[in-house]
Design a protein around this ligand. Structure first.
Ligand code: SF4
Length: 542
């Protein structure tokens, strides 16, 4: 059982391609999937994109919001697999039962805003910008006008001459048992309401709600992770932003929270915490307007803001200088057009013999949550099947926000067992295509009940977690076959203790290695991080 979304995407990727293929070859499939509750449950109208990442060489899935998934569901499609290469720039149009490939030379070269505008009358739009067309390794998608996907998934589309996918469905999405489902939906909304992270934080301020707390706890890395002394955090806090602009709230389809904000005067969607960190804190840039501009350029080019800000931070350190914010526009446009830093920080710095300046795991740049002060997150980054992706297990929840329970954030002891449960649950939620923030309120029991009344599927909470474990193990096998080893389950050197730091300033290497071995043991893997035959048989993968 793979549920849908991420699980189904990974299963199809595994069945349809070899893990050692070139990610930019026609053979690498780009897969859009939905889950059994898509279009039925709150916070579950998005889609998951899966492919082999050209940035990391790992399996890669991205769970994104919007309403694109709901339209796929209405068109009766659980998985849309795009493989091969078009003869000319094209887009795929799904309309009801009909799927066609349409010539799109007139759209090639356009930014994502213009492309979305040109196609939106046909349905919900997932598209790439110039960065994807130029096969930039840190390119992304824009789906329903939301930054979507890291790991160079935009380049996978570009390599196929695929500019966009547009979908309009015609069927209704209805729960299997409407009355029972309504009851559960009410319960779910009450759980959201009762959770202050969701109802007070995200619903009021969006992801900038995290800024003040992270700063207070010294968890915002800056200057390419060489410091954590932010002097202007208040200027980027959710509270300050809310009083500085006239804002309109925006939501993905069927989301009761609405964590997005649009500036009324300009129509621009406010950057998420990811962009505030990448172009603000990381670059020591307190000019909010330039962060807005950088976020807008990334979106229009279809660039991943975390990777773009990260590689620019590394460039600044390489040149021993502070980034001149007036250069941001030119530099980002250059990356979008295919300049060297667009290879991502690891590959770019390797060519300069300075790989140690790259703040990545398995080639994917870390986000703005400093693992030195969130040790479970450190282990999560190291073991993530995507590399430096904080969303495969957001340990900031238990270690910083105290959800579902508060853990000692400076300790690695006992974290391995909790982490793998968190990873399995996240794989379940990604496979049911719930928004990643739903993890603050939804657990496997509620998922099981929702599946029963929403989709008529009977699966126990324990079976759900087992499915999450199966998905995680399949991803691990994919990466092992793609050439990854235990040595890749690590962190940038800079994050480890050197002996002269204060508490929280460096991760003790021995403790980290012991926690990693603990983690392998909990997973039923050997000391090299390879799943045992017994574990694979238990999961139906042997
Ligand atoms: S919380 Fe935000 S990202 Fe998640 S579904 Fe709602 S609006 Fe979309």
């Amino acid at each position: 059982m793979y549920l849908g979304g991420r699980g189904l995407g990974v299963k199809l990727l595994f069945e349809l391609s070899d893990p050692d293929i070139d990610p930019l070859s026609p053979e690498n499939p780009l897969i859009f999937t939905i889950g059994p509750l898509t279009g039925i449950a709150p916070m579950a109208s998005g889609t998951v994109l899966t492919s082999k990442s050209p940035l990391t060489g790992t399996v890669f899935s991205w769970n994104t919001g919007g309403g694109f998934g709901r339209e796929l569901k209405k068109a009766g499609i659980d998985a849309l697999v795009l493989a091969g290469k078009a003869k000319q720039p094209s887009f795929v149009e799904v309309r009801g039962d009909e799927i066609k490939i349409v010539q799109a030379s007139q759209l090639w070269g356009k930014g994502t805003d213009a492309c979305t505008e040109a196609l939106k009358s046909k349905g919900n739009v997932a598209c790439i910008g110039r960065a994807g067309e130029n096969e930039v390794l840190i390119s992304s998608f824009v789906i329903d006008s939301i930054h979507s996907g890291r790991g160079g998934l935009g380049a996978v589309a570009g390599s196929k001459l695929l500019k966009a996918v547009v979908v309009k469905g015609e069927k209704e999405c209805l729960p299997a048992s409407p009355e029972k489902f309504k009851e559960l939906e009410t319960k779910m909304l009450k759980l959201f309401e009762a959770n202050p992270v969701l109802s007070k934080g995200l619903a009021n301020y969006g992801t900038p709600a995290f800024v003040k707390l992270l700063d207070y706890m010294g968890l915002i890395p800056c200057k390419n992770f060489s410091g954590r002394e932010i002097t202007f955090a208040d200027l980027f806090s959710g509270e300050y932003i809310k009083t500085s602009f006239e804002l309109e709230k925006e939501s993905c389809s069927a989301c009761p929270l609405g964590c997005k904000r649009r500036i009324k005067k300009t129509g621009q969607v406010l950057p998420d915490y990811d962009s505030l960190w990448a172009f603000g804190f990381n670059l020591e840039n307190q000019v909010f307007d330039s962060v807005l501009l950088a976020d807008r350029i990334c979106k229009d080019y279809g660039l991943d803001p975390i990777s773009a800000g990260s590689v620019l931070g590394a460039c600044a350190e390489l040149q021993s200088r502070k980034m001149n914010v007036r250069e941001l526009e030119t530099l980002l446009a250059g990356i979008g057009e295919g300049s060297e830093p667009g290879k991502g920080s690891r590959k770019y710095l390797l060519t300069r013999d300075r790989k140690y300046l790259s703040m990545d795991v398995k080639g994917l740049e870390l986000g703005g949550f400093d693992p030195r002060g969130i040790r479970g997150q450190a282990l999560a980054y190291a073991t993530s099947c995507h590399g430096g992706d904080y969303l495969t297990a957001f340990m900031v929840g238990p270690e910083v926000l105290g959800k579902p329970l508060l853990l000692d954030r400076f300790s690695l002891k006992g974290k391995a067992g909790i982490l793998q449960v968190f990873e399995n649950l996240t794989a379940v939620l990604d496979s049911l295509v719930f928004c990643p923030f739903s993890i603050f309120a939804i657990n496997e029991e509620l998922c099981s009940a929702l599946l029963h009344s929403g989709a008529g599927i009977d699966v126990s909470p324990a079976e759900l977690l087992k499915a999450g474990e199966r998905i995680w193990n399949l991803e691990r096998i994919y990466n092992l076959r793609a050439g990854f080893t235990r040595k890749d389950d690590t962190l940038p050197e800079r994050l480890f203790e050197t002996g002269s730091e204060e508490r929280g300033d460096g991760i003790p290497r021995q403790e980290f290695e012991a926690a990693l071995q603990d983690y392998y043991r909990y997973r039923g893997w050997n000391k090299e991080g390879v799943p045992s035959q017994g574990k694979l048989r238990e999961l139906g993968l042997g």
